[in-house]
Design a protein around this ligand. Structure first.
Ligand SMILES: [Zn+2]
Length: 477
C-alpha cells in the first residue's frame, strides 16, 4: 500500500483534467423562463465555462459583485433559478468553532435543531442567523459537479473546496480561512483502513488541530531533537492529544477505523477568531420576500423549531376597522382592508422584510435588521393618509432570539420573543409605533429616531410576560 502525503509546494504543479458536460438544451429552456435583465446571461456564462468550484454553493453576494448587479437582484435570480430547477438552494451547517461545514441539505425541512461537528466532537445548535450559510449549487441535471461525490475529490478540493466554508476570513490575517489552512497544513493525506502516513514537521508554539478531530498543544521551551508522535484514529477522533514542546517532530497518523479517511492536520495560533465575507444566512433568506414567492413550499419539518438569533418582528393592527364594517358593510370593508394589507406588504418588502401572516386586521412581519422594521413602520402610517375612512395603525416592534417553525405549512416564528412583540403592539394607541428597548437601543435605530427628539421610556407589565418591559412610543406626524 502506498500512502502519499501531499505537501503544499507540490500542489502548484498539479494538473487537473476538467470535463464539463452541460445539458445546454435544458439550461436554455430554463434560462428562457427567467426575465431579461436579471443577470441570467452571467449565470449562463458561469454554468458553461466556470470551474466546478464556482458552481458549488454559489455565494449570491460574490456572484452579484462578479456580475455587476445589486445583491438583491442576484438573490432573486438564484431563487427563481432554484424554483425552475436550474440551481438548488443548499443550506450548509457551518461550525463556528472550526469553520467546517458539518452537513448540508437541499431542503429546509431536512434541518434539525442541532447538528454534530465531528472536527470539534461537539453538538451545536442550528442557528439560522449564525450557523446556516445558504449557497446555490447548479442542478446535477444541468451540469454534474465533481463536488457531488466528495469521497472521490482531490484532497485539496475535499478540504478547501468542500469541507470548510469559503466565507470565513481569519481575523487579523486578511485571508480566507481556506487559504490560511492551505499555507498552515502539516499533513494532508487519505488513509485506507489500517493505513499510516508520516511527516516530518517543525512545530511552533500553538496548536496543531485536525479534521477529523486531532489536537497537539505545542508549548514550552524549544527543543532540537526530533520527537516521534503517533496519532491513531479510532473511528471518532485521533488519540492521544498530547502536549509537546516546539521543535522538530515526526508525526505519524494511523487509521484504525473500517473506512477510508481523508486527514488534514494544520497549525493554528492558540487564539484564532473568524470574520465573514458578506453571505446569505438562513435567517436572511427566510426574511426575503422572494424566498416565499418562489420557494414558498419550503418549510421547516413539522414539530421542529430551528433557533434563530436576533430576529426582528413587527406586529400591526388596524384601529377603527370594526366601526367601518358597520358603516360601509362587510364587502366594502374587506376591499379596504385587503388594499391596506397589500400596501403594507409593499412597504415591508421595500425594507427587506417579509410578511409572515395576516390575522383578521393584524399583520406580522419579520426582518433581519431592526432599523429596516422601524423604517417600514414609519412609512406604514402614510399608507392610510388620504383614505376617506378614519383608520389608523397600532404597531409594535421587538427583536430577539426565537424559533423558526412550521405553522399550517408556512414558515412562522415561535417563542417568548414573539409573545413580547405581539404584546408590545397592544401597548400602541391609534397611530403609535411602540418599540422595545432592544429595538430602540440599536445604533442605526437611534440614528433614525433623532427627528423625534427625546423619547421617554415607559414601563409596561405585559400580559403573560413576567418581566416589566421598557417601551418607547413614537407618534409619527
Ligand atoms: Zn467544529
Amino acid at each position: 500500500m502506498r500512502v502519499v502525503v501531499h505537501v503544499l509546494a507540490r500542489w502548484s504543479g498539479a494538473i487537473f483534467v476538467l470535463v464539463r458536460e452541460v445539458n445546454n438544451v435544458l439550461l436554455e429552456t430554463k434560462l428562457a423562463q427567467l426575465p431579461a435583465g436579471l443577470a441570467s446571461r452571467q449565470l449562463r456564462d458561469r454554468v458553461n465555462h466556470a470551474d466546478d468550484r464556482m458552481l458549488f454553493r454559489i455565494n449570491p453576494y460574490a456572484f452579484a459583485e462578479e456580475a455587476g448587479v445589486p445583491a438583491d437582484r442576484a438573490i432573486e435570480l438564484l431563487l427563481r433559478a432554484s424554483a425552475l430547477g436550474l440551481v438548488r438552494v443548499e443550506w450548509s451547517l457551518v461550525c463556528r468553532g472550526c469553520g467546517e461545514c458539518a452537513a448540508s441539505h437541499f431542503k429546509l425541512s431536512e434541518l434539525a435543531s442541532t447538528f454534530h461537528c465531528a472536527a470539534c466532537a461537539t453538538d451545536r445548535m442550528t442557528n439560522l442567523h449564525k450557523q446556516v450559510e445558504v449557497g446555490f449549487t447548479v442542478h446535477p441535471e444541468i451540469r454534474a459537479l465533481r463536488y457531488a461525490h466528495p469521497e472521490s475529490l482531490e484532497l485539496e478540493d475535499f478540504f478547501f473546496g468542500y469541507k470548510f466554508s469559503s466565507n470565513i476570513l481569519v481575523r487579523g490575517e486578511g485571508v480566507r480561512l481556506v487559504d490560511y489552512l492551505r499555507t498552515h497544513t502539516q499533513i494532508l493525506t487519505r488513509l485506507a483502513p489500517g493505513g499510516r502516513a508520516t511527516a516530518d514537521v517543525v512545530l511552533e508554539e500553538g496548536w496543531v488541530v485536525g479534521s477529523p478531530r486531532a489536537k497537539l498543544t505545542v508549548i514550552g521551551a524549544r527543543v532540537s531533537d526530533t520527537r516521534e508522535v503517533e496519532l491513531v484514529f479510532d473511528g471518532r477522533a485521533f488519540e492521544p492529544r498530547p502536549t509537546i514542546a516546539p521543535g522538530p517532530v515526526r508525526i505519524s497518523v494511523r487509521n484504525d477505523s473500517a473506512n477510508p479517511l481523508p486527514v488534514l492536520l494544520y497549525f493554528t495560533p492558540i487564539v484564532t477568531y473568524f470574520d465573514y465575507v458578506p453571505l446569505l444566512s438562513g435567517q436572511r433568506l427566510l426574511n426575503t420576500d422572494d424566498f416565499r414567492r418562489y420557494l414558498g413550499t419550503e418549510v421547516v419539518r413539522p414539530g421542529t423549531g430551528i433557533p434563530t438569533r436576533d430576529n426582528t418582528l413587527l406586529f400591526s393592527d388596524l384601529s377603527g376597522s370594526t366601526a367601518i364594517y358597520d358603516r360601509i358593510g362587510d364587502a366594502a370593508a374587506f376591499e379596504l382592508v385587503s388594499a391596506h394589507f397589500e400596501s403594507l406588504a409593499r412597504m415591508v418588502t421595500r425594507h427587506s422584510g417579509v410578511v409572515v401572516k395576516t390575522i383578521g386586521d393584524a399583520l406580522m412581519a419579520s426582518f433581519s435588521h431592526p432599523a429596516d422594521a422601524v423604517r417600514a413602520a414609519l412609512e406604514m402610517g402614510d399608507a392610510l393618509v388620504g383614505l376617506t375612512e378614519p383608520l389608523s395603525l397600532k404597531i409594535g416592534i421587538h427583536r430577539g432570539d426565537c424559533l423558526v417553525v412550521n405553522i399550517r405549512d408556512s414558515v412562522d416564528y415561535f417563542g417568548q420573543m414573539v409573545n413580547v412583540a405581539a404584546r408590545v403592539q397592544s401597548c400602541a394607541r391609534a397611530g403609535d409605533v411602540c418599540l422595545t428597548a432592544a429595538v430602540h437601543d440599536d445604533p442605526e435605530v437611534l440614528e433614525l429616531l433623532k427627528p423625534f427628539g427625546d423619547i421617554p421610556a415607559e414601563r409596561h407589565l405585559l400580559r403573560g410576560i413576567g418581566d416589566e418591559q421598557v417601551v418607547y412610543r413614537l407618534r409619527p406626524a
